[in-house]
Design a protein around this ligand. Structure first.
Ligand code: FAD
Length: 308
């Protein structure tokens, strides 16, 4: 809970986004005994998956349970506060930054950490959205073990998709669907051949199977091919427009825009830090958490060494 006044310039650091990156940042600041506000709308990127894998000590637990435990541990510290809702706007203020919250209140913090994550845009294929996180995945390190040795498909969505297909052959037999747009080059084709990857150019137009399972894909020419699990790399969008509202520089990442930061997670706007998927091309829960730790430490240090 935060205070009931309509405006309270009371926080050293406000963190927007309370998932792997944001909670990790909050932990550092709470342990540094700083007044930290964690704001979270509760829509982490992996909320579509029943289980999260590869996070140290938490392998196989539901993502919400991992975050819930971590958040409870942060909120046990006396200077940590939590708002369940959205930060709808942010702007520079005399003492730092003003944030408008979705319940109509505003808060001020001397530093901001954006840990707002990304939103996935899946290829336009019938039945794909409902299966995302259940039988359609992005990351083989996260979900490959559970579908190993089954019939796997990689549905191309950008130029790097051929690499994904070559990699995923370590988990089982792969069919690479180019969608008629992302044919492998000669070197990729040779690697695919060596690793037993089949290549099909006719586009997949529909996923078939009961509930959220995949049993087959239907091609544009009507052919149906048995498949047990699908990997595809979605395009990504900022989950929040706060970085742009604050004037933070963005870079073009391989599949979508990323908030530009230096090694200390400082954005191009003094006093605003960013961590996690919103600011990293290669990310998973562990990397988001590590980046959050760095942002939390860097924001704390900036309060001491760059106080203005
Ligand atoms: C289907 C799927 C399964 C995955 N499985 C795994 C796995 O098994 N293992 C693994 O390591 N990685 C996995 N990942 C990757 C992992 O989900 C991300 O790397 C990780 O969640 C990134 O953490 P983050 O804190 O940067 O962002 P997120 O976890 O996406 O969290 C961002 C948070 O910010 C909040 N937010 C955004 N804007 C605002 C705002 N304006 N105000 C308030 N709150 C806001 C959101 O609601 C959300 O809660 C998976 C990804 C997907 C898509």
């Amino acid at each position: 809970m935060i205070g009931a006044r309509s405006h309270e310039p009371t926080f050293d650091v406000a963190i927007v986004g309370g998932s792997f990156a944001g909670v990790s940042a909050a932990m550092q600041l709470a342990r540094a005994r700083r007044r930290v506000l964690l704001i979270d709308a509760g829509k982490p990127r992996n909320r579509f998956a029943a289980h999260s894998h590869g996070f140290l000590g938490q392998d196989g637990r539901p993502p919400g349970a991992i975050i819930g435990t971590a958040r409870d541990q942060v909120l046990a510290y006396p200077t940590a506060r939590y708002f369940h809702g959205e930060a709808v706007n942010a702007r520079p203020a005399r003492d730092g930054f003003d944030l408008d919250l979705s319940d109509g209140r505003s808060v001020t913090a001397q530093r901001l950490i954006l840990a707002t994550g990304v939103r996935d845009e899946l290829p336009d294929i019938a039945g794909i959205q409902a299966r995302w996180g259940a039988s359609v995945f992005h990351c083989p390190y996260c979900h490959g073990f559970e579908v190993a040795d089954r019939q796997l498909a990689v549905i191309a969505n950008h130029a790097m998709s051929a690499h994904q297909a070559i990699l995923i052959a370590d988990w089982g037999p792969v069919t690479y669907f180019t969608q008629g747009r992302f044919a492998p080059d000669a070197a990729e084709r040779a690697l695919m051949q060596a690793r037993g990857v089949a290549v099909i150019d006719t586009p997949v137009v529909e996923l078939l199977g009961a509930g959220t399972t995949v049993e087959a894909v239907r091609l544009a020419d009507g052919e149906v091919i048995a498949i047990d699990a699908i990997f595809t790399a979605p395009k990504t969008h900022m989950a929040s427009d706060l970085a742009e509202a604050l004037g933070c520089g963005l870079d073009d990442g391989p599949v979508g825009p990323l908030i530009r930061t230096d090694d200390m997670k400082q954005t191009t706007v003094e006093g605003v830090f960013a961590a996690g998927d919103a600011a990293a091309a290669m990310s998973n829960a562990t990397m988001a958490s590590a980046a959050g730790v760095m942002a939390g430490v860097a924001a704390h240090r900036s309060l001491i060494f760059s106080p203005s």
